[in-house]
Write a protein that binds this ligand. Structure first.
Ligand code: SAM
Ligand code: MG
Length: 214
């Protein structure tokens, strides 16, 4: 039977990227998506914005919602300081299986905890299950109608602290209007838009960076 897109993306990594070299994994995926098949990774253009926010925050504890094939996981994890951890959630088992191999190819498996399951089920269990107090950095990139309920759940579960940085992808395309309305008007956040383009296209999209101020 025909292979899936994630399987073909993994093949491109195994063929063109060097084991233990995260940048080569990132470029192999970007080349595959620009020249062969589009895929829903944050991509190279928004990826440089993601990189600069992660570097600025220098998180000891990071959370990603929506792993897909592990592209943004690799982008984030490679920038973490020694001893830091990234928890990433993916509810599709086929994607999670590919992501594990991509993360391992990049040599980042020791700092990444990939959890197979739905955000709504796992967020309330983070404290007990992962010994997390609060997250320093959160990347929202799962299904767009989940950004709003999940940021509220993260608040309720006490997983944000003053200064936690929440970065949300695809706030224009496909768009997250209810989330933007909430985060820009809530006195608990200072929020800024970073204009860019939808991954591997010229269509406008961007990232919303929101600092929790309590
Ligand atoms: N962050 C990835 C990157 O840039 O490389 C792309 C993530 S993709 C846009 C969104 C992923 O979130 C999909 O793989 C989907 O299966 C997963 N997902 C959607 N809703 C979810 C939820 N509520 N909990 C866990 N995973 C979810
Ligand atoms: Mg995205």
């Amino acid at each position: 039977t025909r292979s899936t897109r994630p399987q073909r993306m993994l093949k491109a990594v195994q063929k063109n990227a060097t084991r233990g070299d995260p940048l080569s994994v990132i470029s192999a995926i970007d080349r595959f998506c620009r020249h062969s098949e589009w895929a829903m990774n944050v991509g190279d253009e928004k990826g440089t914005i993601l990189d600069s926010v992660v570097s600025e925050v220098n998180p000891a504890m990071a959370l990603e919602l929506g792993t897909y094939c592990g592209y943004s996981t690799v982008r984030i994890a490679r920038l973490l300081p020694p001893g830091a951890r990234l928890v990433t959630l993916e509810f599709n088992g086929d994607y999670a299986a590919i992501a594990r191999q991509v993360i391992e190819w990049a040599g980042l498996e020791d700092m990444v905890q990939l959890v197979e399951g739905a955000s709504g089920d796992w967020i309330p269990r983070m404290k007990e299950h992962f010994g997390v107090k609060t997250f320093d950095f959160i990347f929202l990139d799962h299904w767009k109608d989940r950004y709003l309920p999940d940021i509220k759940l993260l608040e309720e579960c006490g997983l944000l602290r003053k200064g936690t940085v929440v970065l949300a992808d695809n706030v224009i395309c496909p768009g997250t209007p209810d989330y933007l309305e909430y985060i820009r008007n809530s006195p608990s956040y200072e929020s800024n838009y970073f204009r860019s383009h939808l991954e591997y296209t010229k269509a406008e999209d961007g990232l919303e960076k929101s600092v929790y101020v309590g």
